[in-house]
Design a protein around this ligand. Sequence first.
Ligand code: NI
Length: 318
Amino acid sequence: MSPRWNWDFEEKKRAAREPATTPPLPAPRPQPPDPRARFRRRRLGAAAAFLLILVLVIVALTSSHGDGSTSTAGTRVPSAALRPPTVSELQRDENGVDSVLAYTPFVKEGAPRGRDVALTFDDGPGPYTPQVLDVLEREHAPATFFVIGQEIHDFGTSTEREVRDGFVIGDHTENHPMMAHLSAHDQHEQLFEQAARIELLGGHRPRLFRPPYGSFNATTFRLLHQMRMLMVLWSVDTDDYEQPGVDTIVRRGLEGAKPGAIILLHDAGGNREQTVAALPKLIHALRARGLRLVSVPRLLADDPPLHGQPLPTSLAGD
Ligand code: NI
């Protein structure tokens, strides 16, 4: 749009819209000064000013909304939806992970003390990740992304955006294998390569790990201990990757949603239109229950998991 409002253009548009009903305007002819005409001109001027303000407001709203669509093209105007964490927030998150690691190598939910819940997204980055980020930023909703290293090659712009906008990034391996089927060496490669990629993008070295397919063994725990990483499972599974319908994803997300819940969603690995559509509904419904959306490290710091939980066995049945 041109910076100056083109009244002729608007007049033409109006004439084009109402060709049959609007009679042609009579040619202007010289008239003596008329106070009523001056009043009409003033009234017209006021109406025009109001219209201009209205148009500016609409343009402003549309362009902030359009932030999302432009982001898919990778030319996003920075939004103020979220911001990078401060040093003290980062330290709190690190301390939260450390204090939990001191007594357990895994977490599947926080203790139900407060009102925190954590949204987590697996398998990205992918083609739908920008839309997921658009929703989260519009809703000012923190989240944790468990990223696959090799997907950064094609969709790394989204991972950079996650870093820049203060989302927490966890390790979901380099290329999504069943960890329990791999040698210790190969498991280490899977963990290490992904973590290195995140650091290369300017992110912090991941402290959280989510096993693909829920597959892990004693070797996985040994490696995680060496790398000071915490295994993050989940307490609520939406199975959104099955594309069961938007309402079903929302319902499943809400079913187990209670203080301390860790909710599993996917921003990649297939068509995620339903996840994108379900996300605002899920966020609104969680908040309507008085729950507060936080990152996983924040959940750990606020409501660390209960002590004495038995080590889980692989959820992949291997
Ligand atoms: Ni996965």
